[in-house]
Design a protein around this ligand. Structure first.
Ligand code: ZN
Length: 168
């Protein structure tokens, strides 16, 4: 089911989400809703708090590669960044919860993410480039962190008024 995407100013986006818990029917429903909502918004990543559920679950659907091939979307339950490497890189990011705002954010180039799937099976993903960026952005959501928190102080000051507009 496509759910309403919460926007900046909604307190659920600032909560630290609780562990996803057992891979039960409720969790599978949440995963389905995340995928439906991500697809309908034509996004590349979505975290459960963005649809109002404070549980540690994210959906990631990287954009097509240079050959136009697009991977299937993937659900990560209780995802954790366990290793960063390759130095940092700045690139522009946006967020479905902060529509119209795009800023350059510096993040580690490569990450190793540990998570479980919907059957409770653990897996690890080593990601670089855009996939590494999406994973970090979505995992931040589970800790109540938004990409605008990670821009430099100058840009942040300039953003202040625009962000306030979301809250009225
Ligand atoms: Zn986001």
């Amino acid at each position: 089911m496509v759910r309403k995407i919460r926007v900046y100013g909604d307190p659920v986006l600032r909560e630290k989400a609780r562990p996803a818990g057992a891979p039960d029917a409720e969790l599978r429903k949440l995963a389905r809703d995340l995928l439906d909502t991500l697809d309908s918004a034509d996004g590349v990543g979505l975290a459960a708090p963005q649809i109002g559920v404070s549980r540690r679950v994210i959906a990631v659907h990287p954009p097509p590669d240079e050959d136009g091939v697009r991977e299937e979307p993937r659900i990560y339950v209780d995802p954790e960044v366990v290793e960063c490497s390759g130095g940092e890189e700045g690139a522009e990011e946006g967020c479905l919860s902060i529509p119209g705002v795009y800023e350059v954010v510096k993040r580690p180039r490569q990450v190793l993410v540990r998570a479980t799937d919907l059957n409770g099976e653990p897996f690890e993903t080593r990601a670089a480039g855009i996939v590494a960026r999406i994973l970090q952005h979505e995992i931040d959501h589970l800790d109540g962190v938004l990409f605008v928190d990670r821009v430099g102080p100058m840009r942040r000051a300039l953003l202040k008024r625009r962000l306030r507009e979301f809250q009225t």
